[in-house]
Ligand binder design. Structure first.
Ligand code: T4K
Length: 400
């Protein structure tokens, strides 16, 4: 570990880590199993469209979540778009701004207006006390996001949806394998959407799924994902191409087979960060309710600038130079991204907690590619930076 701030890479020294430690390094699982599946896929020359791996992947997700239907898709964003359409959302839909921009884009893409709701600063999920104020005669739905794998207030959201006759969809991109009151995410609202992107807890290279307990919606969604085809020649519904190919499903199955290993590695990593960072002033980690199932896929650090001595942005710059690619999820917030920034230039007036979270949160590397030594190194770095915050601040001011 470096002993003086002049040795830091941001001031021209060598980075602490030779190999870059990324947020979002994929969990791979058993490579031999994956290769065997790919081989089998090639042998049977069935590469897409309701292939056996896709069906098995859907079946295993149903089994794991306990939900009645799972429809696998090419990615989480298309799954969200199809779910929004299948649920008949139009006009305005209430969503958080503190989320990946796909949550808003899946609406705007279909000319539905996302109406941004503020978050609860303790969980980063939608603040249910604000929602009622945002309901207008044009509102048709709510999309709740289980941000960073912490379930949002599903019961309260369902109450608001029931009171106003709104559809309720959950963007569960971060919450695969998570439970709320002992029930798996995938069983709430009218439908829930998972992402199996490379960076997710369970990945299928690219992929997603809609999970629902509603038979009618499931039937519609299945048609929509395959151009509306029923049988060989008959198109009975408006649809698109949302199909998951067999190579992706093979990766999804391989990833699912290692779910317990991924969970346990993530949990160990989370606890290592928790114990190493707890004494550092200004550093607070997002906690999980450990009486429930969690995937611990995101390690979320909240930096209180006054107590830490430096801003989140300054800390990130130093870490990046040292080859720790921490990420500012979700900076600057969907409302500050185009086209929303141009459409609603004053949106931030109602999004105080969102603006604050976007300026303080830093996502730290975890997953099976990150070892205990890496975490110790990262935490020692953060501690050193805090202890020399004044000097870093002065020097960085000079190089800025
Ligand atoms: N809703 C929510 C709440 C979401 O978070 C997401 C996706 C969606 C919906 C949409 O689901 P998908 O359509 O993606 O299935 C990443 C992911 O691209 C995105 O999937 C994810 N959320 C979001 C939170 O993070 P970026 O722009 O940070 O991605 P990217 O490609 O820069 O990857 C992040 C880091 O991961 C890189 O710095 C390096 C590492 N990485 C990435 C890939 C792809 C690797 O080491 N290997 C890889 O193969 O958005």
């Amino acid at each position: 570990m470096k002993q003086a701030i002049e040795e830091f890479a941001i001031f021209g020294g060598t980075p602490q880590f030779e190999q870059t430690l990324h947020v979002g390094r994929p969990n791979i699982g058993n490579r031999d199993s994956l290769m065997l599946r790919i081989d089998k896929m090639l042998e049977r020359r069935w590469l897409s469209n309701e292939g056996p791996f896709e069906k098995q992947f859907e079946h295993e997700i149903q089994e794991l979540t306990g939900a009645k239907h799972c429809i696998a898709m090419c990615n989480g964003t298309v799954a969200l778009e199809i779910a929004v359409r299948a649920l008949g959302m139009t006009g305005e839909v209430i969503v958080p701004s503190f989320t990946f921009v796909a949550t808003a884009h899946c609406l705007q893409w279909q000319e539905i207006t996302p109406v941004f709701c503020d978050i609860d600063p303790a969980t980063y999920s939608m603040d249910t006390t604000c929602i009622e104020r945002l309901v207008t005669p044009r509102t048709t739905g709510i999309i709740g996001v289980h941000c960073f794998g912490v379930p949002c207030q599903v019961d309260k959201l369902q109450d608001v949806a029931n009171a106003h006759g709104l559809r309720l969809l959950f963007d569960a991109a971060h919450a695969f394998g998570v439970t709320h009151n002992g029930t798996h995410i995938g069983n709430f609202g009218d439908a829930e959407v998972f992402s199996f992107h490379a960076t997710k807890f369970i990945n299928s290279f690219e992929g997603g799924a809609i999970v629902t307990n509603n038979d009618e919606e499931a039937k519609k969604i299945r048609l929509m994902k395959n151009f509306g085809f029923e049988g060989l020649d008959s198109v009975i519904y408006l649809g698109t191409n949302g199909k998951m190919n067999e190579a992706c499903a093979a990766m999804g199955l391989t990833s699912l087979a290692s779910i317990e290993e991924f969970k346990s590695r993530n949990k160990t990593n989370f606890h290592a960060y928790q114990s190493a960072l707890k004494e550092i002033p200004g550093c607070t980690l997002l906690n999980f309710d450990e009486s429930e199932e969690n995937n611990f896929q995101y390690v979320i650090l909240d930096i209180n600038e006054n107590a830490f001595g430096l801003s989140r942005n300054a800390l990130m710059k130093i870490l990046h130079a040292e080859n720790v690619r921490a990420r500012r999820y979700f900076y600057p917030g969907a409302h500050q991204s185009e086209p929303y920034r141009s459409y609603y230039p004053n949106a931030e007036l109602l999004l105080e907690n969102t603006v604050s979270a976007a300026s303080k949160v830093l996502c730290l590397p975890t997953g099976t590619a990150i070892g205990q030594e890496d975490i110790e190194g990262i935490c020692t770095l953060i501690d050193f930076i805090h202890n020399h915050a004044r000097d870093f601040g002065a020097e960085m001011g000079q190089i800025a």
